[in-house]
Write a protein of this length. Sequence first.
Length: 119
Amino acid sequence: QLQASGGGLVQPGGSLRLSCAASGPTFSRYRIGWFRQAPGKEREFVAGTSWTSTFISYGDSVKGRFTISVDSAKNTVHLQMDSLKPEDTAVYSCGAGTGTSRSSEYPYWGQGTQVTVSS
C-alpha cells in the first residue's frame, strides 16, 4: 500500500514537503515516482527514485526546485517542493513501478494529495 500526504495551500514562492509511505515488502523491488495531474491536463512525471537513491530523475518543469529523497528506515519517499509556482497546482500521486517517467510503467498507486499554489 502507498500512502501520500503533505499537500495543502501555499503562496507562490513557498514550500511544501510531500511524503509517500510504502507498506509491505513488495515495494522494495520498485522505483517510487511522483506524478501530478492538473484539471484538464495529462498526468505529468515530477520525480522518481530507487530505494537506494541510485537512480534519481526529475521532470523538466521542476528541476532545481524540487528534491526527492528516501527515508529507508520509515519506507518513505519525500518530495521537497521549493519556489512553488501557481502552475504547480495539481493533485500529486506516488506510484511504484519499474519505469522512469511514464505513468503506464507504474502498476501500484496511492491516493493523491492536493497541492494548491495561490495568493
